[in-house]
Design a protein around this ligand. Structure first.
Ligand SMILES: [Zn+2]
Ligand SMILES: [Zn+2]
Length: 84
């Protein structure tokens, strides 16, 4: 299995969770497997697509994601920063 980015040959992949806002059916509380969209990107491309490379959650809406957080979402960034 390879990164889903076209032409990328990397095989060390992150499970990237799609934002749940794409789920339209709000009547059904149970998330069926078909609505859980997981994409597989490498470390590099997970950041390109707005996913935290550590936990795989979408963080592209956070203004500092690409600039200041080193490809980490806020939670993971805080975790890494506290270890120093
Ligand atoms: Zn890739
Ligand atoms: Zn994270």
């Amino acid at each position: 299995m390879k990164c889903e980015h076209e032409g990328c040959e990397r095989s060390l992949l992150i499970d990237c969770m799609n934002p749940t806002s794409e789920v339209e059916d709000e009547v059904t509380p149970i998330i069926s497997p078909s609505t859980v969209l997981v994409r597989y990107y490498c470390l590099y491309h997970s950041q390109q697509y707005g996913y935290c490379w550590h936990c795989g959650f979408y963080a592209g809406d956070e203004p500092n994601f690409r600039l200041g957080l080193l490809g980490l979402c806020k939670d993971c960034h805080r975790e890494f920063a506290s270890k120093e």
